[in-house]
Structures are given as structure tokens and as C-alpha cells.
Design a protein around this ligand. Structure first.
Ligand SMILES: Nc1ncnc2c1ncn2[C@@H]1O[C@H](COP(=O)(O)OP(=O)(O)OP(=O)(O)O)[C@@H](O)[C@H]1O
Length: 947
């Protein structure tokens, strides 16, 4: 049998695929290596795809920790030949990069020459008036934030109020010489808060316990993909700080040990990747540093992983961890994060596991006794109280008043398998491979071989769910035919057929899409599909070189010609800003709920101006449903500890292997929808809107484009010497709209937020309306009617049907009525409702074109057939039909025309279910007290305890 070769050092490490290949090649019985510890939920093996350095040692989950992290990591620490020693930037390149001319790549300050040139350019700019950028602050103004902690006023003023609170919180930790977790939801500006805090430290010149004045040398560890984003943020917010990359893409030219020393001496900031932690640990552990900040710090959630151990070795008094998803799979992970920031706070791992992790987890199962449930709750309350001072977490909902984000709608789509997939799925479940796994199901978790076999079997089931080709190509093990791209048939996959419908509609609606997938092979097939359909797209996975990732991101965000960004969840899902898109598809679920949430948050974050819709696709009745259910379990567990420990939540019972290796063909009623019976589940067909409610089908731009086309045809067929008042009005309106669009494009993120806030305010207060450029107390409806009536009077004046005097008199009357806020009378109505226009259809002679002309002879409306599939009728003001949003329209189409059988609202699944339990508080509290006592003892014994 021929095998496809393993990926080389620079390939994607973000998929299960290599892992699978590894098993296939190294196993005997079912070709699986029993020593591999990747657990049932997709945890990391030593050979894990995410960890090219082999940072992760074997970690064996205990049976109680049924759900462990999935291999979270995203990338290889790609090596560019000749870096460190030989990579040189020509002076021209340097100059261009420093001056910020069109350059794809962001360059760090590793090379002293580059830094000096950047500083020279910066000071030159600062001298000029440009730097007094209208904030109302001069460069010398500062703000006394608290105690002696100061900050330049123009930085402080740019922070949102909740961010200012975040900076104060960081300073409080600093004063107490303790660490903490900044756990704000993704996209709320954790990076910005940390940089502002560091600017403050630098600016305040406070004395530290060590020899540094202000800010000393600091280290930021982050995912490889966002290293350049950090550099960019520093250059924007703290241009004077020297920031170097401890990575092959740095501009430094010498040995890395010299580089670390140089940066340490000059108090610079080193940015490095998690892979770098293992690679360079011997170098940076020699130096003491002021601050160590772990961005996406949940990466150190596995206590025994090498990168976790390396992170905990830094010589520093101040440790900050940033993570939008601090708890992902279980409580041990939370322990590991606090063990980095506040060593000893949660006792030893053993004590924590026994007294917190297990009881809280057990009480979460559906079959837990009342005592277990109450104990779980009491322990969660205790744990929540313990960590509260060291964890700051704000959700987007909580700070909505500050940031005014547009709406987000997140749905789970249950897609049926295609007939071919169903056959493959059922055959596989009946195969020897599955039988062997199930034979040993009693001890499957403790037996490495069975666990590994189960993992492979699950992987294959997931492959079938994605597309038969992925599975068949592995099973047949034939060479990839050259014409696979052309022969590829997406319809053989139920989910891909749904993607096809979604993309078709979204293309019409002019939305832009992030398409996230887990595996490389699925990614490849989806790319074939995009090419076949001529959808312009970009792609990013682990094989994309680190240095070009940021420029790809920028390209997508800034160039609307790209319709789809195809990404692997692990590479594209972490830390980056992709606000250019407003539609997200998560093609297959990850065991780790945070992986999918992180992906979705790339679009719904500060800087997004449009409403965002997210679709998670699940193959109904299959393993994917089970994975999703476990995601919810984990998410509820996280909420119990981090959000509200007092709330009862209905969890699941522990799983049986049979449960995972089963297939429920009932497509109409997905199991998940039944479990979360209180969640909003849309089954069947949504009430339809009027077919001609085109605003739901086409984007505003598209409709405007069609209108324009119609106008052009009308103008050709009915040339008029003078434009009518209506036409003038329309032209003016159009010009205004265009201007507004241009303005919006030029707005910065905070200005956009400000604008959104004003709009939201105006929506809330219907009494604020502008008539004749004055704010009137009239209701919006009245103001509109007034505007219509005035416009009608004006038309009649132009047509010579009324004299100027009469029009002026009537206008005055109208104005008066609006101002007096009267309900409109008969006489008023007379003006408001102009006679119905008698429309006559005229033959234009041009094919596919109908023009309607009103009785005054003016072209009222043009209908162009064939321009788009459906006839477009754009009448003036149509009475609003049943309000169907674009999302409802899409769902209706999916339910009617594709294999989607049901839709669940994700948020209502996570937050909406509850069951009442008997309260056995006394026993629970007693148990909680005992655990606290054990923890106290553990703390005393723990030599690491430092607070
Ligand atoms: N006060 C602000 N003014 C302008 N832009 C801001 C501000 N705060 C945040 N942003 C912008 O919001 C976006 C998200 O910020 P950032 O990347 O820091 O979020 P995050 O919380 O670190 O997200 P994640 O958890 O996904 O990494 C960035 O583009 C950032 O520039």
C-alpha cells in the first residue's frame, strides 16, 4: 500500500490528519501507536500536530476528566533559511518599511538601525502639526490614573471606559506584586489594555523592586500568527518602545542569545511564540525580566506540557495572562493558568483536583445525586470567590454601551448526510474496527491502545461527515488522481451542499465570509469547490509562512473583492482581526468549545460595522452532534465557575462508547434539539415574507445598483429635457448616500463606534427627528408624513398645478401641525395622501425591460428583467410586510431547499436551559468548608506560595 508522505517541517500542524497518519504508520493491530496519548477528546499526543517542537509530554487524563483539551495549537514555528545569521534587509527596504510605505510585512525593532530609523521618522512626524491630531491634548498632557500611576492624556482618552478600568486593575495587581488573568471576551482589546498599562508604567517612572525605573525588559508570548499584530499595535500605541521578535522573522541579524541580552539591557520588549518557549528557554531564563505576558494564555492549560513548564520558569515578579476563554475543557486547566499567574493560589494540583475539580464536575452530570449537585454548586461558589480578585472578565454584552457592537446571530444547522455518506457511515459502524473498540469498552479509557483505536475510529467518522472523498481516499489509499480538482463533486457531502447554498445567497447579499475547517483535507476540498464556483478567496493554514500571515489578513480586510477567507480553525481562529467579514461558517465542530468560539469572534469584535451571522454546521445524528453536546457541557462548566456558580444547569450523563458509535437517522428531530428542548429550535419552514420584499434578498448596494441600471434604461428610452423634481431629489439622495459611504470608509474604529452609538441612541428615542434641520418632538411617522406631503406640494408646484403662494401656505400649515404634535386630521391627510398614480405600462422596444410611467408623464419606475433571477420591482414606499430578516430568509431557503432539518440558536442552548434541583445546602456547605481547609493546608505546605 502506498502512503502519502508525512508533512515536512513547515507544513500545517493544525489538523488531525497528520496525527491520523502517524497512527496508521506506527500501529500494529489497528495501526495505532499505543504510547500515543492523544486522548478521546482529541488531546495532544507527544507527536501532536500542533507542536512541532514536541513540547507536549504524554499526559494521561484521569477517568473523571473525561473531556480534555483538544490539540489547541495552531502552527509550526516556521524556519526561514538563513534567518538569524544571514537574513539582511537592504537599506531601501528598511527605509520603505520605516516610513510605512506600502509594505506587506511589518518589521520589528530587532535591528537597532531599523529602530533608530523608525524613531527618527516618528520624531519628525511628532514635530509636525500632524501629531497634534485634534484630540484636544498636547503631547505633554498627562492623566493621573491613580496614586503615582500616570499616562499620556492622548493615550488614556483613546481607551473605552471599561478599558480604563482594566488598566487600573492591572496597576492594582502591579502594586500588590501579584499576577492575574485578563479574561475579557475576545475582541474587547486586551492587547490594547496591556499596551496602555505598559505605556503608563514607562511614563510614570515608578521604582520597581529590581533596578528598573518605569518599565523594565518584558516578554510577550503569543501565537505565531499574531506576533506581527502585536508589533503593529506597539508601533501604533507605544511608538517609542523598542519591540523585537524572538523569531526567525525578526530583523535582528546576530545570534539570538546576543539579541535577548541586548533587548534585556535596553529594557525592550521581546515578542515570542509558544514554540519559542521551548526552543529558547535556556536563553531567556538567564535574564530577569519585569513583566511576562502570555497572550492567548490558555495555551499553558496542560500542567505537564513542556511549554507550560517553560512558561512557569521565567524570572519575574509580574505575570499577566490574557485569554478570552480561560476555561476550555475542565478545571485542571484553570488551575494551570492560575499556577502561572498566582502560584499557590489554588493549592497543589492534587488537592485542587480532589476538592474542587472532581466535585464540581460530578455535580454537573445529569445523573448526579442531589447532594452532589449542591456540593458542586457550593464548591463552584467558593472557587469563584477565590479567583475573583485575580480574574477580570467582561463580556461584550456587559460593555455594549461603550462599544456599540452590531448584532450577532449564531445558529446551529443540522444537515443530513448524503445517501452515500449514510451508507459509508453505517457500514463503518458495522466494521471490525468499531467492533474491536467496543469489545473493550469497559476499560477503554485506561487502555492506551483502545483509546487510540477509538480516536482513529472517531476521526474516520468525522471524515465521512465532511465528505466521502476524505474517507475513501484514506481507506483505498490510492494515489491522488491528477484531475481530482475537476472531478470533485461537493454534492456528495450534505454539509458542503449547504455551504454551497449559503455562499450563493450571501454572494447576492454582498456579504463576506470566513469559512473555518478543522482539517487540511477538508480545507483542500472546499478550496476545489470555491475554485469550481469562481468564488474569489484567500486561504490560510499552518503552511502559510508566519511572515505573510498578517499581510493576508490585511488583504482580506481591506479588499472586498475577496468573498471567502478559508482558514483552519487553529491557525485562523486565534487572536487575529478579520472584521472585513460579517458571515462565518464553522464547517466542523472541535471537541474544545473555545476553539470554535475563538474562530467566530474573529469577525464580531471592535471595528465591525455590520451585523454578524454565524452558522455552525453539524451532520445530524452523527458523531458531530455528540461533539457539540460535549462542547455545551464544557461551556456550562466554565460558566458555572467563571460566571454564575449559583445557577443550576442541566448537563449530560457521562458518555458510553456505544453512544458515540451510533447513528440516529431521524433527521427531523435531532437529538441535540431534544436535549435542549427549551432552546429556540426552528423546525420546518419559517413564515415566509412577501416574495417581493427584496430588501431581504438583496443587499442595499445591490438594490441601488439595480435601480441605477433601471434609471439608465429609462433615461435612454424617455429622454427628458429637464429632470423632474423627483429625479432631482433621487439624484441628490444618491449623491448624499455616496458621500456618506465614503465618509464611513474613512472612519477609524473608535469613530465608527461613536457613530453606531449615536445611531443606536437615535433609535431608542423616537422623539428625536429632524424636520427642516431642526429637532422636533414629532414622532418619526409624523415627520415622515410631513416630508412626503411637502415633497408632493413641491412636485405640484413644479408641474404648475399649484401657485407658489398656495404651496407656501400649505407648507406652513403642515409645519404647524407637526410642531403641535397633533394627530393628523382629515385636512392633513388630504395632503399626505397624494392621488394614486395611474401607472401605464409602456413598451420600450428593449428586450427584458418594462417601464412604468405615471400620469404626469414622468418615469416613475423601471423594472428590469433578467438583471437578476427574480423580477425586481422597486416601488416607492411599500408597506412593510411581515418582518423577515435576511437571516430568516436564509434559514427559510436552507430548510426548504437543502438537507438542513433543524436550526438551533446557539446562545439559547448555552444559557437557556435550567432545571430546579432540591437544595441540600447544609451538606454542600459543610463539604465546601472541608475543601477550603484542605486548600489552606496545601497552601502552607506549598513553598511556591508567594502572595
Ligand atoms: N480603544 C480602542 N480604540 C481603537 N481600537 C481599539 C480599541 N480597543 C481595541 N481596539 C481594536 O479592536 C480590535 C480588537 O482588539 P484586540 O486584538 O486587542 O482584542 P483582544 O481582546 O486581544 O482579542 P482576542 O482575544 O481575540 O485576541 C483591534 O483591532 C484593536 O485595534
Amino acid at each position: 500500500m502506498k502512503r502519502r508522505s508525512m508533512s515536512d517541517g513547515t507544513s500545517d500542524h493544525d489538523t488531525d490528519d497528520e496525527h491520523f497518519e502517524f497512527h496508521k504508520r506506527h500501529s500494529s493491530e489497528c495501526e495505532c501507536n499505543p504510547s500515543c496519548s492523544k486522548d478521546f477528546d482529541g488531546n495532544d499526543p507527544p507527536c501532536s500536530e500542533d507542536d512541532s517542537d514536541g513540547c507536549e509530554p504524554s499526559t494521561r487524563p484521569s477517568s473523571d476528566d473525561e473531556y480534555h483539551p483538544s490539540s489547541g495549537e495552531e502552527d509550526s514555528d516556521e524556519y526561514e533559511p538563513g534567518s538569524w545569521g544571514s537574513k539582511r534587509l537592504g537599506p531601501a527596504t528598511k527605509k520603505r518599511r520605516v516610513s510605512g510605505e506600502s509594505s506587506d510585512r511589518i518589521i520589528d525593532d530587532g535591528d537597532m538601525e531599523v529602530y533608530s530609523a523608525r524613531m527618527a521618522a516618528y520624531y519628525e512626524l511628532k514635530q509636525s502639526a500632524v501629531m497634534n491630531d485634534g484630540d484636544g491634548y498636547s503631547d505633554n498632557d498627562d492623566v493621573l490614573v491613580m496614586d503615582d500611576f500616570k499616562m499620556p492624556a492622548n493615550t488614556w482618552s483613546k481607551l473605552y471606559p471599561y478599558q480604563q478600568k482594566g488598566v487600573k486593575w492591572l496597576y492594582k495587581l502591579h502594586k500588590r506584586q501579584t499576577g492575574g488573568i485578563l479574561g475579557d471576551e475576545m475582541g474587547l482589546g486586551k492587547t490594547v489594555q496591556v499596551i496602555a498599562f505598559l505605556i503608563g508604567l514607562n511614563y510614570s517612572k515608578l521604582k520597581s523592586t529590581y533596578r528598573w525605573l518605569g518599565l523594565g525588559p518584558s516578554i510577550i508570548v503569543c501565537p505565531t500568527t499574531v506576533m506581527h499584530q502585536w508589533v503593529r499595535h506597539f508601533h501604533e500605541w507605544a511608538p517609542e518602545l523598542r519591540v523585537g521578535l524572538l523569531h526567525s522573522s525578526t530583523s535582528y541579524k546576530g545570534k539570538m542569545s546576543d539579541f535577548v541580552q541586548e533587548m534585556n539591557k535596553c529594557g525592550g520588549i521581546l515578542i515570542m511564540s509558544y514554540q519559542g518557549l521551548c526552543k529558547y528557554e535556556n536563553i531567556f531564563h538567564k535574564h530577569k525580566c519585569h513583566y511576562v505576558i502570555l497572550d492567548e494564555g490558555h495555551k499553558v492549560r496542560t500542567p505537564t506540557a513542556r511549554m507550560t513548564i517553560a512558561a512557569k520558569q521565567f524570572k519575574t515578579d509580574h505575570r499577566i495572562l490574557l485569554s478570552g476563554s480561560p476555561m476550555q475543557n475542565n478545571l485542571i486547566e484553570l488551575w494551570s493558568l492560575f499556577d502561572f499567574t498566582n502560584p499557590g493560589l489554588l493549592g497543589t494540583l492534587k488537592i485542587f483536583e480532589e476538592h474542587f475539580s472532581k466535585p464540581i464536575m460530578r455535580g454537573g452530570y445529569e445523573n448526579a445525586s442531589h447532594v452532589q449537585k449542591e456540593t458542586s454548586k457550593a464548591m463552584a461558589v467558593t472557587l469563584n470567590d477565590l479567583i475573583k480578585p485575580f480574574l477580570l472578565r467582561r463580556t461584550k454584552k456587559e460593555v455594549q454601551n461603550d462599544i456599540c457592537l452590531p448584532q450577532k446571530c449564531e445558529q446551529v444547522l443540522f444537515c443530513a448526510l448524503s445517501e452515500e455518506q449514510k451508507t459509508l457511515y453505517k457500514d463503518f459502524l458495522r466494521s471490525d474496527r468499531v467492533e474491536k473498540v467496543l469489545e473493550k469498552r469497559k476499560n477503554w479509557f485506561s487502555d492506551a491502545m483502545t483509546r487510540a483505536n477509538a480516536l482513529i475510529a472517531i476521526k474516520l467518522l468525522r471524515d465521512i461527515c465532511n465528505h466521502p472523498d476524505i474517507y475513501l481516499r484514506i481507506e483505498d489509499d490510492t494515489d491522488e488522481p491528477a484531475d481530482i480538482k475537476d472531478r470533485f463533486d461537493y454534492k456528495r457531502s450534505g454539509k458542503m451542499a449547504v455551504v454551497s447554498t449559503l455562499l450563493r445567497i450571501w454572494k447576492q447579499q454582498r456579504h463576506r465570509v470566513l469559512l473555518f475547517v478543522q482539517g487540511l483535507k477538508t480545507l483542500q476540498l472546499l478550496q476545489y469547490f470555491l475554485i469550481q464556483h469562481d468564488y474569489s478567496h484567500l486561504k490560510m493554514d499552518g503552511s502559510t509562512s508566519v511572515a505573510t500571515r498578517q499581510s493576508l489578513i490585511d488583504r482580506f480586510n481591506n479588499d472586498s473583492k475577496y468573498f471567502v477567507f478559508l482558514l483552519t480553525t487553529r491557525v485562523g481562529g486565534l487572536g487575529i482581526n478579520l472584521t472585513g467579514a460579517n458571515r462565518v461558517i464553522i464547517f466542523d465542530p472541535d471537541w474544545n468549545p473555545a476553539t470554535d468560539s475563538q474562530a467566530r469572534e474573529r469577525a464580531w469584535r471592535i471595528g465591525q460595522s455590520k451585523d454578524v451571522t454565524i452558522y455552525r454546521l453539524l451532520s445530524v445524528g452523527t458523531i458531530e452532534e455528540k461533539i457539540y453536546q460535549r462542547q455545551i457541557f464544557k461551556q456550562m462548566l466554565g460558566n458555572r465557575v467563571l460566571v454564575n456558580p449559583r445557577v443550576d444547569k442541566q448537563f449530560f450523563r457521562t458518555s458510553d462508547l456505544f453512544d458515540l458509535f451510533s447513528y440516529n437517522e431521524t433527521e427531523i428531530d435531532p437529538e441535540t434539539a431534544n436535549i435542549f428542548d427549551k432552546a429556540k429550535c426552528v423546525k420546518g419552514v419559517i413564515k415566509s415574507c412577501k416574495e417581493d420584499d427584496y430588501s431581504k434578498i438583496f443587499s442595499e448596494e445591490k438594490i441601488e445598483e439595480m435601480r441605477e441600471k433601471a434609471r439608465q434604461i429609462a433615461a435612454q428610452n424617455f429622454p427628458q429635457e429637464k429632470p423632474t423634481a423627483y429625479q432631482k431629489e433621487v439624484a441628490e439622495e444618491r449623491a448624499e448616500k455616496l458621500q456618506e459611504k465614503e465618509k464611513l470608509k474613512a472612519l477609524s474604529a473608535p469613530d465608527l463606534v461613536k457613530l453606531n452609538r449615536e445611531k443606536a441612541k437615535a433609535k431608542e428615542d423616537p422623539s428625536i427627528n429632524r424636520v427642516d434641520d431642526k429637532v422636533t418632538p414629532a414622532s418619526f411617522g409624523e415627520a415622515l408624513r410631513y416630508a412626503e406631503a411637502t415633497s408632493q406640494l413641491h412636485t405640484e408646484l413644479v408641474q404648475g398645478k399649484k401657485t407658489p403662494d398656495v404651496v407656501a401656505e400649505k407648507s406652513r400649515e403642515l409645519k404647524l401641525k407637526v410642531k403641535m404634535k397633533e394627530t393628523y386630521t382629515e385636512s392633513f391627510r388630504k395632503y399626505m395622501k397624494p392621488d394614486k398614480k395611474k401607472l401605464t405600462r409602456k413598451k420600450t422596444g428593449e428586450k427584458d425591460c418594462k417601464v412604468y410611467v405615471d400620469n404626469s408623464g414622468a418615469v416613475d419606475e423601471v423594472k428590469v428583467e433578467g438583471l437578476v433571477k427574480t423580477e425586481i420591482k422597486i416601488r416607492k414606499k411599500r408597506k412593510a410586510g411581515p418582518t423577515e430578516s435576511q437571516e430568516d430568509y436564509v434559514l427559510r431557503k436552507l430548510l426548504r431547499k437543502t438537507s438542513v432539518s433543524a436550526v438551533l440558536e446557539h446562545e439559547s442552548v448555552v444559557h437557556g436551559t435550567s432545571t430546579s434541583t432540591l437544595r441540600l445546602q447544609l451538606e454542600a456547605e459543610e463539604s465546601a468548608k472541608k475543601s477550603m481547609e484542605a486548600l489552606r493546608r496545601a497552601r502552607l505546605d506549598n513553598s511556591k506560595w508567594s502572595i
